[in-house]
Ligand binder design. Structure first.
Ligand SMILES: [Mg+2]
Length: 169
């Protein structure tokens, strides 16, 4: 269960400022794409998120997209952000995350992974030994398989929140 426990639960990631990440000693942010960086049901309405990414970059915090989706899908969505990405990441395996970390020469202790799913994002980050933040899913639209998994995740998250006294912030 510990491998599924995020460090924090943050409703809206843009409420965390570059200074917040600096205080955590974070230099590299690995961020999931679908329903974390962009809302799948409204993918090109993401000005807030773009502003957030730019503010981080201005403080020399690197943002790297890490997605299990295809290169074609990720490339189109990430392009407006001008950030590097790794697609077909196969989270919760460490394949994509290792590749992404090597690509930007990130160190575990200065890294954090942000995503909206326990069984892929949070599990991958925890397995790698980097800090993790779970966010609320940005969109209502999900792939069919994701929908089923989300229901199970909801129950597991409820259990984790009770066990570790975690709350959304
Ligand atoms: Mg996602």
């Amino acid at each position: 269960m510990k491998l599924l426990k995020p460090m924090w639960l943050v409703k809206d990631i843009v409420t965390l400022t570059p200074e917040d990440f600096q205080k955590l000693g974070v230099r590299t942010i690995f961020i999931d794409v679908d329903n974390t960086l962009i809302a799948l049901d409204n993918p090109f309405h993401n000005q807030d998120m773009q502003t957030w990414v730019k503010a981080l970059q201005a403080k020399h915090i690197e943002v790297v997209a890490l997605s299990n989706n295809t290169t074609k899908h990720v490339q189109t969505l990430v392009e407006p952000f001008g950030i590097p990405f790794v697609a077909n990441a196969k989270k919760p395996t460490l394949l994509g995350l290792k590749k992404a970390m090597a690509c930007v020469q990130a160190k575990k202790e200065y890294s954090i992974l942000i995503g909206d799913q326990l069984f892929t994002d949070i599990l991958a980050g925890n397995r790698m030994g980097i800090r993790t933040i779970l966010v609320k899913s940005l969109g209502k639209k999900d792939l069919f398989a994701t929908k089923i998994i989300r229901n199970i995740e909801k129950r597991v998250l409820g259990y984790i929140c009770r066990k570790y006294h975690l709350n959304w912030r």
